[in-house]
Design a protein around this ligand. Structure first.
Ligand code: 4NP
Length: 152
């Protein structure tokens, strides 16, 4: 099983989702490959935003080794499940899809906790410090639900 988390810059939301999902998979002895990327490539090769890494560290999660990369159409071949953070990410991923079966792999991450609502993980990049814990809690709960579902 291979899971991909997608946001815009791959420095705030999706690296956090990658780290949390990997940690939970390991805690549950599940063999799942997890990666993340951004639809923009604005921050290619960069470590996550320091506000994201600091907040994650406060919650016991180390994201410092992750590096940003851009989403590519070949990711549809590599990954079984692709989770986007918001509708803009969804549209960008859809624009690169080559078939209906590509898009069958794609869902909103928060549909794990709010089924069918296509809710966004708010982008904390331009907001204040509080946004990072709010994002952490939303992503943590969604990853927990996904892990429970995949392990049952
Ligand atoms: P992310 O946040 O998509 O959660 O990584 C953003 C990071 C960078 C930018 C926008 C959103 N940016 O415009 O550079």
């Amino acid at each position: 099983m291979k899971v991909l988390m997608v946001c815009l810059g791959n420095i705030c939301r999706s690296p956090l989702a990658e780290g949390l999902f990997r940690q939970k998979a390991e805690d549950n002895n599940m063999e799942i490959d997890v990666d993340s990327c951004g639809t923009s490539g604005y921050h290619n090769g960069e470590a996550p935003d320091p506000r994201t890494t600091d907040n994650a560290r406060k919650n016991g999660l180390d994201l410092s080794m992750l590096r940003s990369r851009k989403f590519h159409a070949s990711d549809f071949d590599t990954f079984d499940l692709i989770y986007v953070m918001d509708s803009s990410n969804y549209a960008n991923v859809k624009a690169l899809s080559r078939s209906d079966s590509d898009m069958e792999k794609v869902d909103f991450l928060l549909n794990a906790t709010f089924p069918g609502e296509n809710r966004a993980v708010p982008d904390p990049y331009f907001g204040g410090e509080n946004g990072f814990q709010e994002v952490y809690d939303l992503v943590n709960d969604a990853c927990e639900q996904l892990i429970q579902k995949l392990s049952s």
